[in-house]
Write a protein that binds this ligand. Structure first.
Ligand SMILES: [Zn+2]
Length: 315
C-alpha cells in the first residue's frame, strides 16, 4: 500500500473559515461577514477561473486575524488535524513566517516557534507524520528574506527544508543565492516555486542557483523538452498542484496541464493541494476529480503516489 502523501501544502493557505471567525472575534477584527457561508466567498475560491490577483486576494482575511503567535500555532495544529481528517499518512506543511507576521507586525521568530510547537502538538495528538518547510517570501525583497531566514534558522531542528515563494517573475532566483547557500550549509533541503509565473529558465535557475532538488509547480517545463529530460535524469521532484494552477490561470484548463506528459517522460511528478483552504479542495479532490480531467489514468495516479513516497523528505 503506497502511503497517502501531500508534499506541497501551505498551512497559511489552509485556515478553516470557522477559525478565521473565532480569531476575528477574539482579536476584535471586523470581517466582511460573521458566519461561515457569508465569509466563504471572501476567503475561498468560488468560481472556476478567478485568476492570480483574485486568488491572492483571498489571503487578506485569513492573515488579518493572526494577531498573536499563538494564533499561528493554532492554525498549524489544526492543519495536522485536517491532515488526519483527510487520512493522509504524511504531509509536508510549509509557511512563510514573515507573511503570517505581517498584518500585526509579530516577531517572525515567535511565529516560527509557535508554528513548530503547534505542529509538534498536532503530531502527538493525531499521529500524522509531518515535515515542516520554511518559506522565504521573495516579494518582500532580499533584505527581508535574510531576516526571515534568520527567524527560521533559530528553530532549524524543526525544519525539513526551505522554499522560495512569491513573485517569481519580479524577484528572480539570483537575488536569493546567498540565502539558499546559508540554508544548504545548515543542512536544509531545498525546493522552490518555479515555472509557475516565469518560464523554463526560472526552473533551471532554481536548481543551479538555489540548489533545489524539488520544484514547486514546474508547469513551464512543458515548453522545453530538453529541460524535461534534465529534470527526469537529475531526479528532480516536481510538486504539481492542478486546481491551484487552473484557479490562478497558470494554465487555461485541467486538460492543458502538463502533469500527464511529465509522468510519461519519467519525471518524478506528484499531485498536491497547494492552498487547500483557499482553493476549497482536498487531496482526494485532486486525485479523483482534477487528475482525471488532466487526462491521468489509474496507472498515472499510482505512479504519482509512488513518486511522492520517493521524493518525500521525511519518510
Ligand atoms: Zn505553493
Amino acid at each position: 500500500m503506497i502511503p497517502k502523501i501531500d508534499l506541497h501544502r501551505h498551512l497559511d493557505g489552509n485556515i478553516r473559515i470557522q477559525t478565521i471567525l473565532e480569531l476575528a472575534d477574539r482579536n476584535a477584527i471586523v470581517l466582511p461577514a460573521n458566519d461561515v457561508e457569508g465569509l466563504r466567498p471572501h476567503v475561498t475560491i468560488t468560481t472556476p477561473h478567478p485568476g492570480l490577483v483574485s486568488f491572492l486576494g483571498k489571503f487578506r482575511w485569513p492573515m488579518a486575524v493572526l494577531a498573536t503567535p499563538e494564533d499561528c500555532g493554532r492554525v498549524a495544529y489544526e492543519n495536522v488535524e485536517d491532515a488526519k481528517s483527510e487520512r493522509l499518512d504524511y504531509v509536508e506543511l510549509r509557511f512563510s513566517p514573515w507573511f503570517m507576521a505581517a498584518a500585526h507586525r509579530l516577531d517572525p521568530a515567535a511565529v516560527v516557534e509557535a508554528v513548530a510547537d503547534g505542529i509538534a502538538r498536532g503530531v502527538k495528538e493525531f499521529g500524522v507524520q509531518v515535515g515542516l518547510i520554511g518559506i522565504l517570501s521573495r516579494t518582500f525583497g532580499a533584505a527581508v528574506c535574510f531576516q526571515e531566514l534568520e527567524a527560521l534558522l533559530t528553530f532549524r531542528e524543526t525544519l525539513s527544508g526551505l522554499d522560495l515563494a512569491g513573485d517569481e517573475a519580479g524577484f528572480p532566483a539570483r537575488m536569493f543565492k546567498r540565502h539558499f547557500q546559508i540554508a544548504r550549509d545548515a543542512g536544509l533541503r531545498i525546493t522552490a516555486h518555479a515555472g509557475e509565473a516565469a518560464g523554463a529558465e526560472s526552473i533551471r535557475d532554481a536548481i543551479k542557483i538555489l540548489g533545489a532538488t524539488r520544484i514547486g509547480h514546474g508547469v513551464r517545463a512543458m515548453d522545453d523538452p530538453a529541460l524535461m529530460d534534465e529534470l527526469a535524469e537529475g531526479g528532480i521532484g516536481i510538486e504539481c498542484c492542478l486546481t491551484s494552477n487552473v484557479q490562478t490561470s497558470t494554465i487555461p484548463s485541467y486538460a492543458a496541464h502538463p502533469l500527464r506528459v511529465f509522468l510519461e517522460r519519467g519525471l518524478l511528478a506528484t499531485i498536491n493541494t497547494d492552498d487547500p483552504g483557499i482553493s476549497n479542495i482536498t487531496l482526494d479532490h485532486e486525485f479523483e476529480i482534477a487528475a482525471p480531467q488532466a487526462g491521468l489514468t489509474p496507472a498515472h495516479l499510482t505512479q504519482a503516489k509512488a513518486n511522492a513516497a520517493q521524493i518525500a523528505w521525511g519518510l
